[in-house]
Design a protein around this ligand. Structure first.
Ligand SMILES: *Cc1c(COP(=O)(O)O)cnc(C)c1O
Ligand code: SF4
Length: 378
């Protein structure tokens, strides 16, 4: 389970890995100002190369150094996607006409320092007081079912988090039972980093796995596609344990589509992305999205410029089969939705932002600002 969740745990663990004091202090200093709480599982610490900690792409995602961080420009915001504006009740976000996002819970087994939902996911940190989900789960589940019953145009429910894999198995079973009874639904997706964080949960004897096995068949008989959306950012995250978790999930018949966040210094070059995509394909996972990093605070060093992202995406034209070629998207700030990164209308010299439009709100312009370090290079 979660092996490291406090400063004391982290300090002790880093010492056991012979982490030099200077680096240890750099990590603890960053943890002190992070939007995300400390959280690491065994499989996360297993894939970090402790002898090359400075350049390790997994270390960078979970244990940033204070010396790597960059200042927060004023256009960043904790709820940069404007999810609260589309909230129907705590944890249900209805932005697109025919699909909804349900936030199952608030916690994850490990915490990514660049989490897009840092306004709500995980415990409070010194820097960020998190939103609460005040309604109890049973009430939220009833409200979800009511809402979907009265909106039969909604065909797809994406369950994300907070990570569902970490939740009580009977609650997961309840949720899937209730959703499966809806005649209008055609797709249930689980967005999770569990295949990497908690691969043990996908062992065939695990209660969580057994529920997936059972529910897949029930849902299949009701013509509902039950699929997973994984989140792998680097090929090293697919070690033997993750691979075996993926394999077991695929053996049920569950389709897995992967979402990657483009992170500067982690995966923002052709070779690294290519290796990740190859590894995904080899693991029987469909590369689905590569996300332009959201405009959230305290993770600014990870953002690439839109030009860099577009340049990267061009390398992949026709490189893999069409269905294995990921879409490079930006989830537009303030609720514009996901759109192709290169679909912008223009670059606004004055605000130094890319201007996008969206069919979700036809009369609004959406601005994605390049990181400050890059604006001069446009
Ligand atoms: C990403 C997202 C979805 C699912 O979008 P797809 O592009 O179909 O994967 C649904 N609702 C919200 C609010 C989202 O952010
Ligand atoms: S697993 Fe997803 S929800 Fe959880 S901290 Fe990472 S990015 Fe956020």
């Amino acid at each position: 389970m979660k092996t490291i969740s406090t400063v004391t745990d982290l300090r002790k663990f880093l010492k056991s890995k012979n982490c030099p004091t200077l680096i240890l202090n750099d990590i603890l200093e960053a943890a002190n100002i992070s939007s995300m709480s400390i959280g690491l599982t065994k499989n996360v610490t297993d894939v970090i190369d402790w002898n090359n900690i400075v350049i390790d792409p997994i270390r960078k995602q979970f244990l940033p150094f204070a010396s790597e961080l960059e200042p927060n420009p004023p256009f960043l915001s904790l709820d940069s996607l404007g999810e609260k504006e589309n909230e129907i009740f705590p944890g249900l976000i209805h932005r697109y006409p025919n699909k909804v996002l349900f936030l199952f819970n608030k916690v994850c087994p490990a915490y990514c320092s660049f989490c897009t939902r840092s306004y709500i996911v995980g415990p409070n940190t010194k820097n960020v007081k998190k939103d609460k989900i005040k309604l109890p789960f049973e009430l939220r589940l009833n409200s979800l079912i009511d809402y979907l019953t009265f909106h039969p145009n909604i065909k797809d429910v994406l369950i994300s988090g907070g990570d569902l894999v970490f939740a009580k198995t009977n609650l997961i079973d309840d949720l899937l039972n209730r959703l499966g009874e809806l005649k209008s639904l055609r797709s249930i997706r689980i967005g999770t980093r569990g295949l990497f964080f908690l691969p043990d949960f996908f062992e065939k004897s695990h209660p969580f796995y057994k529920i997936l096995e059972k529910q897949f068949l029930i849902l299949k008989n009701r013509r509902i596609e039950f699929s997973f959306q994984s989140h792998f950012n680097h090929r090293n995250e697919i070690n033997d344990s993750s691979f075996s978790a993926i394999k077991n999930l695929r053996e049920i018949g569950i389709t897995i589509r992967n979402q990657t966040v483009l992170l500067r210094g982690v995966n923002s070059n052709f070779q690294t992305l290519k290796e990740l995509i190859e590894k995904l394909i080899d693991s029987n996972i469909t590369p689905y999205y590569i996300y332009q990093m959201d405009m959230i605070p305290n993770a600014e060093h990870f953002r690439t410029s839109i030009e860099e992202t577009i340049a990267l995406s061009k390398n992949f034209t026709g490189y893999f089969t069409g269905f294995n070629t990921p879409k490079f998207v930006v989830d537009l700030p303030n609720g514009g939705g996901k759109t192709n990164v290169n679909s912008y209308e223009k670059f606004d010299e004055k605000s130094r932002a890319y201007i996008y439009k969206s069919s979700l709100k036809p009369n609004t312009v959406f601005k994605y600002y390049n990181p400050v370090r890059n604006t001069k290079t446009h």
